[in-house]
Design a protein around this ligand. Structure first.
Ligand SMILES: Nc1nc2c(ncn2[C@@H]2O[C@H](COP(=O)(O)OP(=O)(O)OP(=O)(O)O)[C@@H](O)[C@H]2O)c(=O)[nH]1
Ligand SMILES: [Mg+2]
Length: 290
């Protein structure tokens, strides 16, 4: 079969936490591919998603939101984003119009100025917009060209049209039906992580991480042993004793969703363990984000 040339390029989605980047990519691809929650910093690693239409193939990087905290954990996340920009040909910058323009946006401006990659700035969440443009900043790229809202995917079409102006003619890099290069370990931990973000209060989502110890896949079955690591013994006790029902919800919902994604029966064993100070442990951070 002859492979036709299309317009192909790498596009990084950048913005503060909670600005709607993952929601956009899910609606665009038409499947739940990136995890989403009401809490900030839901996305914690750069995830590549591939969008195909008749004349283009867009390889999107959904990135963790940029925030102003500067502990090891968040600095690692920020580095992950900065490195992903280096591999992008164009950046789509999400400016959450439902919140005042603040420090986080200024940090993002600095990163973008430094990167010198073309930027398409857009207003997101315009259905609940509070902030009216123009804003104070006079940085070159800041004036949003377009507005998008998840309740009106027509607004996405304009963005796609705008992105296409930046794409170059090339052979597609991935087959038409290929929409991610995530490995099975990442897909599984992302789904479980989303349920943790949804069902646990403030502290737990930010003080835990997941690791798959054993994974067995047969044509009809996916069997896994997953550990949920906390930073302290008291967090572990809270999860196991006080929040047992939340853990059960996470287990049930994750299992059902994994069965839908992989089209097979899923056996999920989820255990809680403690790894003190893991957020300062470079080895763990590299394993998670490297
Ligand atoms: N009202 C409204 N809410 C939205 C819109 N887009 C996303 N949201 C909500 O905003 C919250 C955050 O959305 P995400 O897509 O996870 O945001 P994100 O930018 O990927 O966030 P991080 O991964 O934390 O960086 C979720 O509760 C979404 O349902 C929108 O256009 N309008
Ligand atoms: Mg996200």
């Amino acid at each position: 079969m002859e492979i036709k040339k299309k317009r192909v390029w790498y596009i990084a989605l950048i913005g503060r936490p909670n600005s709607g980047k993952s929601t956009f990519i899910n609606n665009l691809i038409g499947e739940k591919v990136s995890i989403i929650s009401e809490k900030p910093q839901t996305t914690q690693k750069v995830i590549k998603w591939i969008y195909n239409d008749d004349d283009s193939q867009m390889i999107f990087f959904d990135t963790p939101g940029i925030n102003e905290w500067s502990d090891d954990f968040y600095l690692t996340l920020k580095n992950v984003v900065v490195n992903s920009i280096k591999n992008a040909d164009v950046i789509v910058r999400f400016i959450d119009s439902s919140r005042p323009y603040g420090n986080e946006e200024e940090i993002i401006e600095e990163i973008l100025k430094w990167s010198k990659i073309p930027v398409i700035a857009i207003n997101s969440k315009t259905d609940i917009s509070l902030e009216k443009w123009p804003i104070k900043s006079n940085v070159w790229d800041v004036k949003p060209k377009l507005s998008i809202t998840s309740s009106n995917t027509e607004t996405y079409k304009k963005l796609i049209k705008e992105i296409k102006k930046y794409l170059k003619e090339d052979f597609p890099l991935y087959p038409e039906d290929y929409y991610t290069d995530q490995d099975i370990y990442t897909r599984i931990t992302e789904i479980i992580r989303e349920k943790i973000f949804v069902h646990f209060m403030q502290e737990v989502p930010y003080s835990t991480f997941l690791e798959i110890e054993e994974l067995e896949e047969t044509p009809k079955l996916l069997k896994m042993q997953v550990y949920l690591y906390t930073e302290t013994e008291s967090q572990k006790l809270i999860i196991i004793w006080k929040a047992w029902s939340n853990l059960t919800k996470i287990w049930t919902e994750a299992r059902l969703e994994l069965e839908e994604i992989f089209w097979k029966k899923v056996f999920l064993s989820l255990r809680v363990k403690v790894l003190p100070k893991w957020k300062k442990n470079k080895k763990v951070l590299n394993r998670l984000f490297g």
